[in-house]
Design a protein around this ligand. Structure first.
Ligand code: ZN
Length: 278
């Protein structure tokens, strides 16, 4: 069934487990993600991100995402990840996404507050939930995870939630997007301080490449949503390579890929403690 972040994340934070956002840019990834969630009786968040639209146009994939969520036997949030422009974020809402992230974290602080608040007002009128970001989660290949001056502070996190009305907050505590060049080091004490001031669900971006302990430690301290995408691509890459090397052809290679991505999603759902929480 179609759900919002508010249907699933407060419960996750209170219960010390996390729901995964697995971006699904095509129907192969969609089939894998929904299949994994249903098999493990877990809520799940699917969707796409603005930077991923060149690989799956919003107008084409949105109807599939929404239809899959509605017919699923577990709660499914259809989430627009990292909305960077007002126009495309509004388009996602109009196409039936039940949740959006609006990410103005790379902009000036005042612009981030004002633009996020505007999106929240509109999204809530659609009945959709909103995630915002204060501090800035960078790109792993740029070694942005060393830039601790971009980390979220507890005071600005609390102020951001109060002034914008976001339902969930992405925090910058040392994780980054993409493939890590060096082992990331998460600032758990910072997360503990933020969580003490902010009762809302917190979100960890850049989850691919973190250790199992990183997930256990952050979920214990208030992370209720974890974003995973790169790991799914890596699982799909390996399966396609195997299929082609074995001479399986397009359709059988495609099925091998779906199975591999499904297995990767199931592994993360179990690790996040989300299995059986639907
Ligand atoms: Zn992200």
């Amino acid at each position: 069934m179609l759900a919002t972040l508010n249907d699933i994340l407060p419960k996750a934070r209170a219960g010390h487990y996390a729901v995964g956002l697995f971006n699904t840019t095509d129907t192969d990834m969609l089939e894998a993600a929904i299949g994994a969630a249903e098999e493990l009786r877990s809520p799940i968040i699917i969707g796409t991100a603005e930077v991923l639209l060149p690989y799956g146009e919003l107008k084409l994939i949105a109807p599939g995402l929404v239809a899959a969520a509605k017919r699923a036997s577990v709660p499914v949030v259809v989430h627009y990840d990292h909305g960077l422009t007002f126009e495309r974020t509004m388009e996602a809402l109009k196409l039936g996404f039940s949740s959006v992230m609006f990410d103005a974290s790379a902009k000036e602080r005042d612009a981030n507050f004002a633009e996020t608040a505007e999106v929240v007002r509109i999204a809530h009128a659609f009945g959709a939930s909103v995630e915002g970001e204060i501090g800035h989660v960078g790109v792993a290949a740029d070694c942005d995870n060393d830039k601790s001056d971009m980390y979220t502070t507890p005071d600005e996190a609390a102020e951001f939630i109060e002034r914008t009305g976001v339902d969930a907050l992405a925090v910058a505590i040392g994780s980054a997007h993409g493939v890590y060049k060096t082992k990331p080091k998460l600032n758990i004490p910072r997360l503990v301080e933020i969580a003490a001031k902010v009762p809302e669900p917190l979100v960890l971006h850049g989850g691919s490449g973190l250790s199992d302990d990183d997930f256990r430690n952050t979920i214990r301290e208030g992370i209720a949503k974890v974003n995973i995408f790169t790991d799914l691509c890596l699982a799909g890459d390996a399966a396609m390579k195997e299929g082609l090397e074995k001479g399986l052809g397009y359709l059988k290679t495609r099925s091998l890929k779906v199975e591999a991505i499904k297995a990767a999603v199931m592994k993360k759902i179990s690790l996040f403690g989300c299995a059986g929480k639907a």
